[in-house]
Every structure is written in structure tokens, then in C-alpha cells.
Design a protein around this ligand. Structure first.
Ligand code: FAD
Length: 619
């Protein structure tokens, strides 16, 4: 078992050496915050994740959520974890102090919370959704609604949910049937049934504040007619005390593949026609309101993918260093040869480096997306703000879909590294794999993320956002091409970017032609390619910095001209080992992943229509 879930050194490298979050600290928005403060918070997060969240991880999986007499009980150990998380100020650290937050940058908090994702994602779902729901009340609620609900949610006294999905309205939210009828006093009577609601019921807090999408009687069909309502599980009296039950019944708790400790509930509103909701924001603006928390929520799902991946990777590395099995291949004809730790076998090394490259690339991409969000809040120039927002819009579907899909692949490779033991519950990696899978489904399935990217995001601002992003990548390539050790691999990144640009231009042309279904058909492979090239951009950006730092380390050691001593230095100098690792990861990624980009782009350009043309009967 590894005690390390996240590579701290890599976090620091990405935050400070690669992205340069220090730039945020020098402005007015976060003044007073120092690098030491950030590291201290990060260490606190790690401590809590390891000592409070992690011990409850396997138990939460084993015990799951229990549904009896219409009520859900969550794993007992989650209660302590939730309380400590709230007391530690982790529920809303990016929010301003007036509402109970600390006004911290999203990028910094994203790095800190990576530990909680890695240690026990199921437990994190309760405060995570609460912060999201409270954030919407903060943005769109009246002063009374904030007083009544938001503060108590931000303080963790009550939790929150997002109730969108219904049995026949999943991806197609506009098909929902939950109805809201006006009461004379300005409130609404809610009737309908929602399914798959995370944290829909539990025994953590005395009240749960549901944000429910519903259609006001007489409003138009589809998404235009949807409004959002604040529906407490227990009514709140004028004086803030809890009153009678609000006719919200829990119909069921799902038995799932993973995240067993996270209660996924069917909720029935108004079975006795006595469920009262308050309108949040304006009528028929429900979808617009929900979209306000989409980017952060989708980044959080990307972080879930990363969190499971980093934990699985760190466990696999630790196991590979301990597990003794088979003599080395170069001793295969020697019956006397001793078995070695499996990290010595080339196939295991390749798997581990595949995992390392993807984990570090995803970490850089997610932190950078969070940094772009911070920049939108910090820059004063309107044009510059649009540029940062444009990057956010493009990166978010990739962070969500790429990291959730890749997180699963990393977990699967971790199981391969463990062999049979990895498949068994004695070791944690099989749970990581099961827990990870949901991230490709909720918060908009990955197929829908790809459609959003291709159908909406690429064309935003007349394509200016994508041109900006490609420009940033081209700059990385230009710089890394100057470094001899990276030159050959950086050229592969350059060819990949060129191929990606051509497909993107082809999509833009097709969008206005009879071939418009081709970009839709190949949206998912396109998203995957964009994600691969983005990871290449971040890995090579990091490798270029690592090359420069490595030279400084060699100079300090006086071994600039001694390759043998440089190689040996990794055994005694952690910086040398780290920087060499960054370079190895980038070079390997180019060879293993980026080499295939041109071929995959060519495949898209071939515009094969078989999936469209094959008859349903032929499947
Ligand atoms: C554990 C868990 C927790 C959840 N938590 C919440 C929650 O807290 N709140 C909430 O509201 N919901 C929640 N959900 C619901 C989740 O968001 C939905 O399951 C998801 O949106 C997909 O809807 P669906 O399951 O009905 O699938 P469907 O919409 O039936 O989709 C099935 C497949 O068809 C594809 N598809 C559908 N329409 C299209 C289209 N137009 N074009 C291309 N492909 C399409 C989808 O991508 C998917 O692959 C949760 C689900 C689970 C399993």
C-alpha cells in the first residue's frame, strides 16, 4: 500500500514552475496570499485526506448506503470525515469571506483538493454538491433565500443537491415532467420524480436543500420552459428553525458499480401534493442558471478522473517496487538467477511510464484550466478576459471527458501491474477502477462533452478561441525544438498539432455543408486527439523547464560534462530524479501516443460513414 496518493513535487512544479500561479498572488485579488501559505494549505489537505478520508475509503465501499423505512444511512465513518472537512474550511475556500469562504484562487484549491479526490471520492460528493448548490443560491437567490439557505449550506450545517435527471429525461433534460404550480403566496407546489440524485438523502445533516428543475404549469416544452426551485427536505420557518417535512420522499437508493458510499437516490416530490418550492432566479431561466455552475462542476469531474488515476498510479509504483516475481529477461537462460522486483521488467516499466505521463499531463491540464478561470476574475482588460474565458470554454469539455476516460484506463493499467492481486478487493486498485467509471457518465456524458466541443466550442468567437489555443501550443513546440534532447520528440508534437489543425479546419468547412454529420459522428475521437495534443503541450512545456533546471543541478554538482555521473545522480538527488522523470515522460508520450495522432486524424478526414449507414438490423 502506498502512503503517497499525489506527487507533491509534481504539484509544486506545475503550480509554480510551469503555470506560475505566483502571478495571481502579485495582483490585488489575492494579495496577502504567499507561496508558503499555499504549501501549508496543500499539506493540511494531504494530512486530512490521508488520516481522515482514506481510512473511510474501503469501509464506505463495503458498507455502502443503507435504505430502510424511507431513509438513507451512509457509512458511519463518513460522518467524521464530513465534519472535519467542513471544520477545516474546505467546503467553499474559493468563495469570499462574507459568505464563509477564504477567497482563494481556484487553481490553488484545485491542487489541494486533489488529495480528497484521490483518498475518498464518495465522501467528497456530499460537501462537493453542497458547495455547487449554495453557489447558485449565492449568485441568483434573493437576500432572504441567502439568509435562509445559503449560509447554512456554506457552513456545512445542511447539504445540497442538484435534481435534473428523470427516468425519461437524462441527456435530454428538456423532456422533464416535474411540474410546478403557482401558490397564491408566490411559492410553488412541486410534483414529480427525480432519479440518480447524488446525496438525495442521508443521515449527515438535519436538512437537505434540493435545487430542482421543473416546468411551471403552462410554460413551453423543451429547455426554454424550465425553471429551478429551492426545495428543502424539511421546511424552514421564518425564525430559521426547522418545521414540518416538505413532502420529499426517498423512493430508493441505487445499487451501483462503484462510489458505494455516495447515496444515489430516487426522490419523489409532492406525493401528497404538499411539496413547496421557492423559485430561484427568474421563471424559465433554469437551464441558464444551471449552466453557471457547469464549468466548475465539469472540471471537478475531470479532477475525479485525475484523483483516481494518481492514487492508482502511486499504488502501482509502490507495489511494483515491492513485488518480487520472475528473474530478469536477460537472465532467462540462467536457472540460478534470482527473481527481481517487477519494476525491473520492461513491460511493467512501460505501463508505469504510460500512467505517469498521463497523470502528470492531466494534472497540468486541469490546474491550467482552473488557472484560466482565476485569470478571468483577475485581469482588468476586457479583451484579455475574453481570451481567458475562451480557453476555459475550450478546455472544460476536454478536462471532463479526457480525464474521466483516461482515469479509468490508468486504473485498469494499475490492476495489470498488480496482476491477480489487483483484481481482488484486498488491494485498493479495483475499487479505484469501479469508482472512476461513473465520471464518464454524469455531468453530461462524455459523448455529449464531445458534441459540445465540436458543435459549440470550436466555433465560438468565430474560431478565435481555438486559434488562440493552437497558438499557445505552437509556441511550446517552437521552444522545445531548440532543446536538443527534446527536438526529435517535439517534432512529433508539431506534426500532431498540424494534423489536428487540418481536421479542425475540415470540421469548420463541413459544418456548413451536406457533410455536417461527420464532425458529429467523429466528435469523440476528435476530443481524444485534442486531449492527447494538449497533454503533449503540457508535458513538453514541463520537459523544457525540466531540461533547464537539470542543467542547473548538474552545474551545482560540477558534472555538466559527465553523462555517466549525471545518470548516477538520480540515486542521490531527488531533483535530478524528478526532472529526468519529466523529460522521460514527455519523450515516451510522444512516441507512444502522439505518433498515432496523424493516423487518427487521417481516419477522421476519410469521413467513413459506415456507422451512419449501417442498418439497425445489421447490428
Ligand atoms: C451515480 C450517479 C450519480 C448521478 N448524480 C446525479 C445528480 O446528482 N443529479 C442529476 O440530476 N443526475 C445525476 N445523475 C444522472 C446522470 O447525469 C445521467 O445518468 C446522465 O446525464 C445520462 O442520462 P441517462 O442515464 O438517462 O442516459 P441517456 O440520456 O439515456 O443516454 C444514454 C446514452 O445515449 C447517449 N445520448 C443520449 N442523447 C444523445 C444525443 N442527443 N446525441 C448523442 N448521444 C446521446 C448518451 O451520451 C449515453 O451514452 C447521476 C447518475 C449516476 C449513475
Amino acid at each position: 500500500m502506498s502512503e503517497t496518493l499525489v506527487n507533491k513535487r509534481d504539484q509544486e512544479f506545475i503550480l509554480f514552475e510551469q503555470i506560475g500561479v505566483d502571478r495571481l498572488l502579485s495582483g490585488n485579488a489575492f494579495c496577502g496570499l504567499t507561496r508558503d501559505d499555499i504549501l501549508m494549505m496543500r499539506d493540511e489537505a494531504e494530512k486530512m485526506a490521508l488520516h481522515v478520508f482514506l481510512p473511510a475509503y474501503a469501509e464506505g465501499d463495503r458498507l455502502g448506503c443503507v435504505f430502510t423505512d424511507g431513509h438513507v444511512r451512509i457509512p458511519p465513518s463518513f460522518h467524521n470525515g464530513y465534519r472535519k472537512f467542513v471544520e477545516g474550511g474546505w467546503l467553499c475556500p474559493t468563495k469570499c469571506e462574507e459568505v464563509g469562504g477564504q477567497g482563494l484562487p481556484i487553481s490553488v484549491v484545485t491542487a489541494c483538493v486533489e488529495y480528497f479526490y484521490a483518498a475518498n471520492f464518495s465522501l467528497l460528493t456530499y460537501p462537493g454538491l453542497t458547495a455547487g448548490a449554495a453557489g447558485l443560491i449565492e449568485r441568483f437567490g434573493t437576500a432572504e433565500q441567502k439568509e435562509k439557505y445559503m449560509y447554512r449550506m456554506y457552513q456545512g450545517e445542511w447539504t445540497g443537491t442538484m435534481c435534473l435527471t428523470e427516468a425519461n429525461a437524462g441527456t435530454d433534460v428538456g423532456a422533464l415532467r416535474t411540474l410546478a404550480r403557482r401558490n397564491p403566496d408566490g411559492t410553488y407546489r412541486i410534483t414529480g420524480s427525480k432519479c440518480f440524485i447524488t446525496g438525495g438523502d442521508h443521515d449527515l445533516t438535519p436538512n437537505i436543500i434540493h435545487l430542482v428543475l421543473a416546468r411551471i404549469e403552462g410554460d413551453p416544452p423543451g429547455t426554454e420552459g424550465i425553471s429551478v426551485f429551492i426545495v428543502p427536505k424539511v421546511r424552514v420557518r421564518e425564525d430559521g428553525t426547522l418545521g414540518e417535512s416538505n413532502d420529499v420522499q426517498t423512493g430508493n437508493v441505487e445499487h451501483k458499480m462503484g462510489i458505494h458510499g455516495s447515496a444515489t437516490c430516487t426522490l419523489n416530490f409532492g406525493d401528497h401534493d404538499d411539496c413547496i418550492g421557492e423559485l430561484l432566479g427568474k421563471e424559465r431561466e433554469g437551464i441558464h442558471i444551471m449552466f453557471n455552475m457547469m464549468n466548475e462542476a465539469r472540471l471537478e469531474v475531470g479532477m475525479q478522473g485525475l484523483g483516481h488515476a494518481t492514487a492508482a498510479y502511486e499504488h502501482a509504483v509502490a507495489y511494483a517496487k515491492e513485488r518480487i516475481q520472475s528473474a530478469p529477461v536477460w537472465e532467462m537462460h540462467n536457472p540460478e538467477a534470482s527473481p527481481i522486483a517487477i519494476i525491473g521488467h520492461p513491460d511493467i516499466r512501460r505501463n508505469l511510464l504510460w500512467m505517469k505521463a498521463h497523470v502528470e499531463g492531466m494534472r497540468a491540464m486541469n490546474y491550467y484550466a482552473a488557472y484560466c478561470m482565476d485569470m478571468t476574475a483577475v485581469v482588468e482588460d476586457g479583451q484579455e478576459r475574453k481570451d481567458w474565458q475562451g480557453l476555459v470554454e475550450l478546455l472544460i469539455p476536454v478536462c471532463k471527458a479526457y480525464c474521466s476516460d483516461t482515469g479509468l484506463l490508468v486504473c485498469s493499467k494499475a490492476i495489470d501491474v498488480y496482476g491477480g492481486y489487483g483484481y481482488c478487493s484486498e488491494y485498493p486498485v479495483e475499487q479505484y477502477l469501479r469508482d472512476c467509471k461513473i465520471s464518464s457518465i454524469y455531468e453530461g456524458t462524455n459523448g455529449v462533452q464531445a458534441l459540445d466541443l465540436v458543435g459549440r466550442k470550436l466555433g465560438e468567437r468565430g474560431g478565435a478561441n481555438v486559434v488562440h489555443l493552437f497558438g499557445l501550443m505552437a509556441k511550446t513546440i517552437q521552444e522545445t525544438m531548440k532543446i536538443s534532447v527534446l527536438q526529435k520528440s517535439a517534432a512529433v508534437l508539431g506534426e500532431s498539432l498540424q494534423a489536428l489543425k487540418e481536421v479542425t479546419e475540415g470540421f469548420a468547412a463541413m459544418a456548413k455543408s451536406a457533410g455536417f454529420l461527420i464532425p458529429i459522428l467523429y466528435a469523440s475521437p476528435y476530443l481524444r486527439i485534442l486531449g492527447d495534443v494538449l497533454l503533449g503541450h503540457f508535458l513538453f512545456g514541463g520537459a523544457a523547464i525540466a531540461c533547464r533546471r537539470l542543467q542547473e543541478v548538474y552545474q551545482a554538482e560540477g558534472i555538466e560534462d559527465s553523462p555517466g555521473k549525471q545518470r548516477a545522480l538520480v540515486h542521490e538527488n531527488a531533483d535530478a530524479a524528478f526532472y529526468q522523470g519529466k523529460i522521460a515522460a514527455a519523450k515516451f508520450f510522444a512516441n507512444e501516443v502522439l505518433m498515432t495522432v496523424q493516423g487518427r486524424c487521417e481516419a477522421i478526414r476519410m469521413a467513413e460513414r459506415a456507422p451512419l449507414e449501417i442498418a439497425d438490423e445489421s447490428f
